[in-house]
Design a protein. Structure first.
Length: 110
């Protein structure tokens, strides 16, 4: 599974990535101080290889990283599903109340 980083741990997680030189988009790590700018509901996988230098045991020559497309948290990005509908039709004149019930509606969408 994928381990999630909590908002309060973003700075430490990005510092760890900086120490092991994982920066596939060459954007630096200043965004660690603005955790609200980071989408915690999506992730990309990054694979990078470092070639061994002339000194045995030293891996200093990076090859270009390979990065996946964004992978979104299905629970966070799920489409609304209609569970119940009290009526499928109403008069064009209006004044008919229709109740539509959905699952997993985010508080921000109400």
């Amino acid at each position: 599974g994928i381990q999630c980083v909590k908002k309060k741990d973003i700075e430490a997680a990005l510092k760890a990535r900086e120490e092991i030189r994982v920066d596939p988009f060459k954007t630096g790590f200043a965004h660690r101080y603005q955790p609200s700018s980071i989408d915690l509901n999506s992730v990309r996988l990054c694979f990078q290889v470092f070639m061994e230098s002339d000194q045995k045991g030293r891996f200093t020559q990076p090859l270009a990283p390979v990065v996946s497309e964004p992978i979104f948290d299905k629970k966070a990005m799920s489409d609304l599903v209609i569970c119940r509908l009290c009526s499928c039709s109403a008069s064009v004149l209006g004044n008919t109340q229709i109740i539509l019930l959905c699952e997993k509606v985010a508080k921000e969408d109400i």
